[in-house]
Design a protein around this ligand. Sequence first.
Ligand SMILES: Nc1nc2c(c(=O)[nH]1)N[C@H]1C(S)=C(S)[C@@H](COP(=O)(O)O)O[C@H]1N2
Ligand SMILES: [Mo]
Length: 206
Amino acid sequence: MSEPPVSRGFRGKQRSSDHAARTPPGQHLVNDFPVLSAGPTPRIDLVKWRFALTDGHNKFAEWDWEQFNALPQTKIKTDIHCVTTWSKLDTEWRGVTFDDLLAAAGLDEAPTPFALMHCYGGYTTNVPVEDMLEGKAMVATRFAGEELDPEHGGPARLVVPHLYFWKSAKWIQRIEFTETDTPGFWEELGYHIYGDPWREQRYAGD
Ligand SMILES: Nc1nc2c(c(=O)[nH]1)N[C@H]1C(S)=C(S)[C@@H](COP(=O)(O)O)O[C@H]1N2
Ligand SMILES: [Mo]
């Protein structure tokens, strides 16, 4: 039996107002998945790939590709917001939450309040530790059920979706714990130190 048109119309309206409510100020929705990279896509041999948690002195943990894939895996569905004004709803990622990384490293808590992401290719970006705890961030290896494309950060990237997407470091190699909030690549060039899309923190001073 076909649904009455009134029900269909109602549902459509609900959906578009839901989409509007999920779109931060100054953003528009896209259905494709744009690629934004400050340099060439690094090609990383999985045999040589390593990912580590460090601070200035210590290497708390390091995983090779096989070890990393043996860590607990979590799936999330979330909206992402790029500072160049596109947002994409309901993106699906699978990977290892930051909480599970800490636990696997034998750390009861993070050793410092801030972190600086270091990537294959040299990109860096800073995120407060608090913004990665309780499921708020993961190192993802899969997107929409598939291996992560190299241009989207494969083999593995950070996903911290409640901040502008430049914080979601592609080709992540190392999370360095830092005592102070240390500007990364875009932050050094005048982008906001924190980058909350709901407060439109695009540039320093916003
Ligand atoms: N290593 C690295 N990570 C990066 C970038 C980059 O240039 N290099 N660009 C950032 C920016 S500005 C955005 S918007 C997102 C884009 O991710 P996408 O190309 O998968 O859409 O990655 C972020 N992470
Ligand atoms: Mo971006």
